[in-house]
Design a protein around this ligand. Structure first.
Ligand code: SAM
Length: 229
């Protein structure tokens, strides 16, 4: 059977899935991630969950075409409603959605997260809101990764049960990413800084509130990048 290749973004997400996991992939439009991990023999069981009929069908089709219908179950379901205690899910991936939507999905299914040992989250935006939710709900970030693919930056947040209070700076930039301050991190925030500076230059002086909000964001980035003026 053909080996599944996946994007660098999904490969990095996959790298955080512990060996032998019982995985739930929420928003699994093509089921690429569970197919990839199952083909590599790295997971024991997988549920691919999709809330929209079209992507659900394409996930089912892909799983069948890869001969994995016995190992990967595709369910039409909203968020964490996709699994029950008897599925013994221990690892959840939610990738490729907005940070607020990921936080909402987790919040709606909060009561089911007790037995889950690891959350691997890849928000496309609003990473700060997701980090706030995790910290407020008793999760700590055990790892973070930032990557660039096809000109876009992606953050991956890996959380496990534990207490972690985050500063506003850590919520925005990520505690692990801040510590590491990699070249990709510098590039991401330098790009964001240039964007915000251009936006600020377009806003008339009289729109003080708008200017001050953007100036504040610029200041935070400069602090992190150690830019002096
Ligand atoms: N996870 C894949 C990835 O990272 O490449 C697919 C990302 S795709 C942009 C987001 C998918 O999440 C869509 O197919 C969408 O229908 C699905 N989705 C959004 N909200 C969902 C929810 N509450 N429950 C299950 N799936 C959801």
């Amino acid at each position: 059977m053909q080996k599944k290749t996946i994007s660098q973004r999904l490969e990095k997400v996959a790298a955080f899935v512990p060996a032998g996991s019982r995985l739930l992939d929420v928003g699994s439009d093509h089921a690429y991630l569970p197919i990839y991990l199952m083909q590599q023999g790295r997971i024991e069981a997988a549920l691919a969950a999709e809330v929209v009929e079209g992507p659900f069908q394409s996930a089912q089709k892909n799983v069948a075409e890869h001969g994995l219908s016995q190992q990967i179950e595709v369910r039409l379901a909203d968020g964490l409603a996709a699994f029950e205690a008897e599925d013994q899910i221990d690892t959840i991936v939610i990738a490729g959605m907005g940070g607020r939507l990921i936080a909402d999905i987790l919040d709606n299914g909060r009561a089911k997260l007790g037995p889950v040992s690891r959350l691997i989250l890849q928000p496309n935006n609003r990473e700060d809101e997701l980090r706030s939710w995790l910290s407020e709900q008793g999760f700590m970030l055990v790892a973070e990764e930032l990557l660039e693919e096809a000109g876009k930056f992606y953050e991956i947040l890996v959380a496990e049960a534990g207490r972690q209070l985050l500063t506003e700076q850590e919520k925005r930039f990520g505690p692990c990413l801040l510590r590491e301050a990699s070249a990709v991190f510098q590039a991401k925030w330098q790009k964001e800084l240039s964007k915000l500076e251009k936006a600020l230059a377009q806003i008339p002086e009289e729109k003080e509130q708008e200017r001050s909000a953007i100036s504040q964001k610029i200041k935070q980035i400069k602090e992190v990048l150690h830019v002096r003026k």
